[in-house]
Design a protein around this ligand. Structure first.
Ligand SMILES: [Cu+2]
Length: 561
């Protein structure tokens, strides 16, 4: 089988794809793409993925270890049956093809989803209660659509987990196989400031992540603790923030999280028959012309006159967004990436790059019944290089329809999550400063001049230490850089203090073009506690424009024991 890297090496890109079989056929459009069929906006109600349900504990088993990746490699981390704490919750998720309606005027499409859903089921985890998730690969090996490969690795993005559970891109399982992932659900080094909020899980298999995520393999993983608690606004505990959100039981008996809404934004393109299209040879970053929220084109959401928490995730392959509200109302940002901010920040708009999360409170209290408010993207982007800039009026992505009143015991306190170990405490631990240059090379993507090579370790930081990294981009290209394992503080952007939404801990950071370079401070945790073990081993960092990632803009560090 040819890989994208083989194609690159052979210099065949864009010319000989017809030789390469269905998985590599160019979809039914060329560089002069016909636009997707017209779809009427705001006729579909926003879907909200069901919560993942735990199952009876099962015996864990060895990872297969013999799944052959498209580049010929096999797993690096192979773990045997696991010993997990007795309070671990077990989950069983099947990756499978399933029919999906993106919009009523498009024909049913076949997506690949966790439990056949795109986005997949949402996990709600409690800090201190680990999860063991068995992902079973039931993806088809003879897929007629030709978008995606039935080879999987699962990365829980923003998660603090062992190297073998991190979705290291070689650690795949093939159709017919499964892999068990253990998530400790604990804050790094058990510090409350490091408790997680909005994580997401998605495919991370070497060279094919872009196609597999585009086909639907992504979902939310939310983490709660005593401060940002599952009881949320109804929590009577002294430590509870009581942010908007509560659990309710639906008539079906299923649990549902109300007033706390995950929103994944993705752009897609459809051919003239209304079927999902993808260009395997767009190595700059694939852009769609349809805007989806939670898997459907331009939906609406009925809201009550009260506060809501929205967990915004950019799940697009390459598109950046800047969101505004059509009535000019501000957002109150409470979290960026995996962490609550120290203090809420009121903003008129916020920008979000691929894989970033921004959590905002929108207060509908002072609206009128029947009022319609739109979430609008005003950031234009026409290629994978960078967003073009703000336009007016922009594109309405999601319509809120105010249709009722509801009680609102929620609060947004002035202090959300105090930072007890910030740059001031960490800087004395720094012993190493490194520079990583993210650049284009021969139509593909390199870090410090080199493609990802699983046999090369680019950095060997010490556990329980801290490092300064300078991330640079050349050629006017924007790269959302994601670092696994640890979340960092931004010391400066272009030599100046970071803007307000970049002052919390981050796991993905945009560099390049007018955003410039960043200097970041990475703390390296010392220990895992749920299964006691020092933090050590290999983790990757890469561009999260997934086409850049698949074209090898990735490197790795190995935390030293
Ligand atoms: Cu990039």
């Amino acid at each position: 089988m040819f890989t994208r890297r083989d194609i690159l090496k052979a210099g065949l890109a864009g010319s000989a794809y017809g030789l390469l079989g269905p998985a590599f056929r160019r979809s039914a459009f060329g560089d002069s793409l016909p636009p997707s069929p017209a779809t009427k906006p705001f006729v579909v109600e926003l879907p909200i993925a069901p919560l993942a349900k735990s199952v009876a504990p099962f015996a864990t088993r060895a990872d297969p270890g013999n799944c052959v990746n498209v580049d010929g490699t096999t797993a690096f981390h192979v773990s045997g049956p696991r010993t997990v704490p007795t309070n671990t919750e077990f989950f069983l998720i099947h990756e499978r093809a399933a029919p999906h309606s993106f919009h009523p005027s498009l024909p049913p499409n076949v997506i690949w989803g966790y439990d056949g859903m795109a986005p997949g089921p949402t996990f709600l985890a409690r800090s201190g209660t680990p999860s063991l998730v068995r992902f079973v690969n039931d993806l088809p090996t003879n897929d007629p659509v030709g978008i995606g490969e039935p080879i999987s690795a699962i990365h829980r993005h923003g998660g603090f987990q062992f190297p073998e559970d991190d979705g290291y891109p070689l650690d795949t399982f093939c159709a017919g196989q499964s892999r068990d992932y253990f998530y400790p659900n604990e804050a790094d080094d058990l510090q409350e400031q490091n408790e997680h909020s909005t994580l997401w899980y998605h495919d991370h298999a070497i060279d094919i992540t872009g196609m597999n995520v585009y086909r639907g393999l992504a979902g939310f993983f939310l983490n709660f603790d005593r401060v940002d608690s599952i009881a949320g606004e109804l929590d009577t505990g002294a430590a509870a923030l009581r942010l908007p959100g509560r659990m309710v039981t639906l008539p079906s008996g299923d649990q549902f999280r109300q007033f706390d809404v995950p929103l994944v934004f993705q752009d897609k393109r459809f051919d003239q028959n209304g079927f999902l299209a993808f260009d395997t040879f767009d190595h700059n970053g694939f852009l769609g012309d349809k805007f989806l929220v939670n898997g459907v084109v331009q939906p609406f959401l009925k809201v009550a006159r009260r506060k809501y928490r929205f967990r915004c995730l950019n799940g697009s392959n390459a598109r950046n967004y800047e969101f505004f509200l059509s009535n000019g109302q501000p957002f109150v940002a409470i979290a960026t990436d995996s962490h609550l901010l120290e203090h809420p920040v009121t903003v008129k708009s916020f920008r979000i790059a691929p894989a970033e999360r921004v959590e905002v409170i929108i207060d509908f209290t002072n609206t009128t019944l029947g009022q319609e408010i739109f979430l609008v993207n005003r950031l234009e982007q026409t290629d994978g290089r960078k967003p073009d800039g703000l336009v007016s009026p922009g594109t309405q992505i999601l319509k809120f329809v105010v249709d009722r009143d509801a009680d609102d015991p929620s609060r947004v306190p002035d202090t959300l999550r105090a930072v007890t170990e910030g740059p001031q405490q960490l800087l004395p631990k720094v012993t190493v400063q490194r520079t990583f240059d993210f650049e284009r090379s021969d139509g593909a993507w390199v870090i410090n001049g080199e493609f990802f090579d699983e046999n090369r370790i680019n950095a060997k930081p010490k556990r329980d230490g801290a490092e300064i990294w300078i991330l640079k981009s050349g050629g006017g290209w924007v790269h959302p850089v994601h670092i696994h394992l640890t979340e960092f503080f931004i010391l400066s952007r272009n030599g100046s203090p970071p803007p307000p939404l970049e002052r919390g801990r981050k796991d993905t950071i945009v560099i390049g073009s007018d955003r410039g370079d960043v200097k970041i401070l990475l703390p390296l945790p010392a220990n895992f506690h749920a299964v006691p073990r020092p933090v050590a081993g290999r983790f990757v960092f890469h561009c999260h424009n997934i086409e850049h990632e698949d074209m090898r803009m990735m490197a790795q560090f190995e935390v030293q024991p």
